[in-house]
Ligand binder design. Structure first.
Ligand SMILES: [Zn+2]
Length: 295
């Protein structure tokens, strides 16, 4: 791709697309936009939600950022690009769907996996931004410690989507719209190797082929997400435990040597207790969830 190709590409768009769809553009100019979906996707040049879904102009409102992340709701006077796009989509456009679209081979997620445990790096916007997913990284490292790097990256790519979905529910007007049934939240994952789009099923806690599971339920506040921003730490162990049992493509099955470790059940319990210690939730609030099958 050269700069000249961009200009030639626009010439083709103007001569072919714009002229043949002049009615659509006239309508969009006169009536304004009324997209039904907000898609939050990665800035990665290989992942364009409009191309992947063969959307037309006016179909989707989108925000793209490093690693397709949604920060938690924060009421302060800083510059919130992603949050302002979510606000406009929900409050003004009244979209019916918000889709968080992560993807395989995500450079932002790889950076998250390799980022230091220390607190925010003030010299790097990227390190600060991807720290949103640190909770997912902690869970993946705790539960899939014995897995290959590829397996851990895939798990982190997918569990970061869950963190973002959970963070979406920390926005009060998102939560209200979801509870009123006006807004539906979905997590999608583009598997670039196989050209497949997977959707998160909150009932099975699996990412499933959306072409085979076309009626995937949306995320609701009852899917172990209804406990505020900290709750994803409770959902992730179950999700990751199931992911662990899901066969991955042959190329990703390079296993690390096994070491003597605590049984998985004990590690999950240990992890839940660590989460409780570092969160605003007390163990007494978490215990019923543990009893309900978390560990
Ligand atoms: Zn990416």
């Amino acid at each position: 791709m050269t700069f000249k190709r961009l200009i030639n590409g626009f010439r083709d768009f103007q001569n072919e697309y714009f002229k043949s769809d002049s009615d659509l553009f006239e309508k969009l100019v006169n009536d304004g936009q009324s997209p039904e979906a907000l898609v939050i996707a990665c800035s990665d040049s290989r992942i364009d939600p409009a191309i992947l879904t063969r959307s037309e102009p006016g179909d989707i409102f989108s925000v793209r950022n490093v690693a397709a992340m949604v920060p938690p709701y924060t009421a302060d006077t800083r510059y919130h690009g992603t949050s302002s796009a979510i606000e406009y989509a929900v409050k003004a456009l009244k979209v019916k769907y918000i889709i968080v679209m992560g993807h395989q081979h995500c450079g932002g997620i790889r950076a998250l996996a390799q980022s230091p445990d220390t607190e925010e790096d003030e010299d790097s916007f990227i390190q600060q931004w991807i720290s949103i997913g640190r909770r997912a990284r902690k869970a993946v490292h705790s539960i899939l410690e014995d897995s290959s790097e590829d397996e851990q990256l895939r798990a982190l790519e997918q569990s970061s989507i869950l963190v973002s979905l959970n963070n979406l529910l920390s926005f009060p007007w998102v939560r209200e719209a979801v509870e009123a049934g006006h807004l539906h939240l979905h997590g999608w994952y583009f598997d670039m190797t196989h050209g497949k789009l997977l959707g998160y099923n909150p009932e099975t806690m699996h990412f499933e082929d959306i072409l085979k599971s076309q009626n995937l339920p949306a995320i609701s506040t009852s899917h172990a997400y209804g406990y505020g921003c900290e709750s994803v730490t409770l959902a992730l162990p179950r999700f990751l435990n199931q992911l662990r049992d899901t066969p991955l493509p042959e190329a990703t099955l390079e296993k690390k040597p096994q070491r003597n470790r605590l049984p998985l059940k004990d590690r999950l319990k240990q992890f839940a207790c660590t989460c409780a210690a570092s969160s605003t939730m007390g163990l007494e609030e978490i215990s019923p969830l543990i009893a309900a099958g978390l560990v």
